[in-house]
Design a protein around this ligand. Sequence first.
Ligand code: PLP
Length: 222
Amino acid sequence: MADPSAIAARLKTISHRIETAALAAGRDPAGITLIAVSKTHPVEAVRAALAAGARVFGENRVQEAAQKFPLEGASLHIIGSLQTNKAAQAVRLADSIDSLDRAALADAIDAAAQKTGRLPELLVQVNIGDEPQKSGVALAAADPFIRAMRARFGGRFTGLMCIPPEGRDPAPYFRSLAAMADVHGLAVRSMGMSGDFAIAIAAGATHLRIGTAIFGARPLPG
Ligand SMILES: *Cc1c(COP(=O)(O)O)cnc(C)c1O
């Protein structure tokens, strides 16, 4: 159940913690975008966060996202690994696709964009810990893939996203994603979640993807 006042209170707390972490890192809090990750939570929870001032939302499944969005005043990021056969729906629905990680998906996004005349902003997801089971472009393939996406999508491709390995200090992984973005002149670095966003801010995150700390625990893994 969505409890609007609890969501509003948690959003306020997290916004304050983001501001504090930004200032501690010598950064302007205005340079950091909070993506409220609403996966598994009902549209009432999204509406509560929207009413409390959240403007950017993240969902990891396109079909689930389509049940809640579009919503007036809200922008939507698809942050989960995206099946090629869901690309057209993602292109129609999302303001940003943050999980571009392979050529076949780029082809599908491009084809859908040609058809609809609409191209969301795009981030390349990098498998920053080179974990075999994880989505994201492999480290060895990242530089050429990023160059190819820049050539293909131009200014609509704005940055990189990563999820560091669990159970390890995320700082070196965040720093290496930021360094990769620097090398390629990409402004957006989406990194940091409920448990590690302050570390991500210190490493140069521009976008934080925060679910649990805003919406509470998820009923199911998602
Ligand atoms: C669920 C999810 C998040 C949010 O995780 P929390 O720990 O709940 O903040 C961030 N990024 C991705 C890709 C996710 O799937």
